[in-house]
Design a protein around this ligand. Structure first.
Ligand code: AMP
Ligand code: GLY
Length: 425
């Protein structure tokens, strides 16, 4: 079968690597992809939110399945576009329709969904510019720190956690009346701060049944021991030792099942990944957020632990036969370390040549912000450049291998964290 994979990050590199191993694959196209994805398929440069252009390509190249990496095209309705088009409607799409994509695309929608379905999440209220005063009063009535979330997609920047009430009020006003995050902050969710440790849990679902993928923990801060600015993710580890059987049974019973049942009850058809951003508070799992895609950089440690054929899993999603499907998981640890450009997450340089990738034999090299220039050299093309993932029988063994591989790869200003997973030991 011919597959089109949408996206260009480390997540898509890991997915492309896995799809490319399937015995069911005829040809994989990745759009737009990066320098690394071109070793697993053919990169094509399509505008990923221009569905008519994607349609032309899909028909011309006899694509039978579309796997959507990032949330944007899902929130914009790519699945709905395929489902309502006579020539496309039989092509499988991995990723939910627009209505379900609101679980990620609207914090207000997702909080209300959780409340309706008795899924544990922080208490909240939603405000808009007409209810700004009520928002101020609500802030006065709760304890710091204050968690303010832009309702819509804000490229991962729409969540503010603030200690001081006056500052929180000023930010609320900026978001609602001065469009701090554009239209995304036309509504703002204010919620109670939860103190605990986070874990990312993933399922693949056909809307009726689901398989649970390996869980992971990601590391968002630029500095070691979680210091400094937030980033798009500096590494990940899977499995997560504290997410033991007792905890994961609770996650399944109290969060995964009520979510799938809630979607069914509300008549929302769902085919694709659900990413549960959870926080463990006194051994209880609470939902911080839903995403309607895989996580990045979690995918870079999760996908290498999936032993099953991923196209077979996707086919079961599309034919809604996931209840007859089991998933085989590699017991080993996978630790993924992200190599970033100097200066990131502030200003950084692009276009530096990357050396020694071919010398890595103990780890997987998943490209993120890379491209091939006119001289056929691999160069940096983003802040997060390459994820290096290794297996180990212990977390430390996997981490040490990833660090050693990360040290070999060279580019101007390269930086990476050497403590991924260490907080869990
Ligand atoms: P979100 O985009 O909702 O995942 O929020 C981004 C990050 O903010 C999360 O990964 C958490 O680290 C933090 N966060 C969000 N909501 C809360 C909350 N209610 N309590 C504590 N931390 C939170
Ligand atoms: N790693 C968090 C995310 O993908 O949103």
């Amino acid at each position: 079968m011919n597959i089109l994979l949408i996206g260009s990050g480390g997540r898509e590199s890991a997915l492309a690597w896995k799809i490319n191993q399937s015995k069911k694959l005829t040809k994989l196209f990745i759009t737009p992809g990066n320098a690394g994805t071109s070793s697993f398929g053919e990169n094509v440069d399509l505008p990923i939110n221009d569905f008519e252009t994607i349609k032309t390509f899909v028909l011309k190249n006899h694509i039978q399945m579309v796997v959507v990496g990032p949330e944007d095209p899902l929130v914009n309705g790519i699945h709905d576009f395929f489902a309502s088009d006579n020539e496309l409607k039989n092509i499988g799409v991995i990723g939910p329709k627009k209505i379900a994509a609101q679980l990620e695309g609207s914090k207000d929608f997702s909080k209300a969904f959780m409340e309706r379905n008795n899924i544990k999440t922080a208490a909240y209220k939603t405000f808009d510019k007409n209810t700004l005063e009520a928002g101020f009063q609500f802030l006065d009535s709760i304890e710091p720190p204050y968690v303010l979330k832009a309702d819509g997609l804000a490229a991962g920047k729409g969540v503010l956690i603030i200690d001081n009430v006056d500052e929180a009020k000023a930010e609320l006003k900026e978001m609602l009346t001065n469009s701090k995050f554009g239209k995304a902050s036309d509504k703002v969710v204010i919620e109670k701060f939860l103190k605990g440790i986070e874990v990312s849990v993933f399922v693949l679902t056909d809307g009726e049944s689901y398989v649970i993928l390996p869980e992971a923990k990601d590391y968002k801060r630029i500095g070691e021991r979680d210091s400094g600015l937030n980033t798009g993710g500096m590494g990940s580890v899977s499995p997560v030792p504290f997410a033991n059987k007792v905890f994961m049974d609770k996650v399944e019973k109290e969060i995964i099942q009520p979510t799938i049942n809630g979607l069914k009850k509300e008549g929302i058809d769902y085919t694709g990944f659900i990413f549960f951003g959870l926080i463990k508070v006194d051994n209880e799992p609470w939902v911080i957020e839903y995403n309607v895609r895989m996580g990045d950089p979690e995918t870079e440690s999760v996908v290498p632990r999936i032993k099953s054929d991923i196209i077979e899993l996707f086919e079961a999603v599309i034919s809604k036969t996931l209840n007859n499907t089991t998933i085989e998981i590699d017991e080993r640890f996978a630790v993924s370390v992200m190599l970033v450009a100097g200066g990131y997450p502030g200003e950084y340089q692009k276009g530096d040549s990357i050396k020694n990738i071919e010398t890595i034999n103990d780890s997987f090299v998943f490209h993120a912000g890379t491209k091939i220039n006119n001289n056929n050299e691999i160069i940096t093309n983003g802040g997060r450049v390459i994820a290096v993932t290794s297996y180990g029988n212990t977390m430390i063994e996997a981490l040490v291998k990833s660090i050693s591989s990360a040290e070999k790869i060279e580019f101007q200003g390269k930086y990476f964290r050497k403590d991924i997973g260490k907080d869990l030991l």
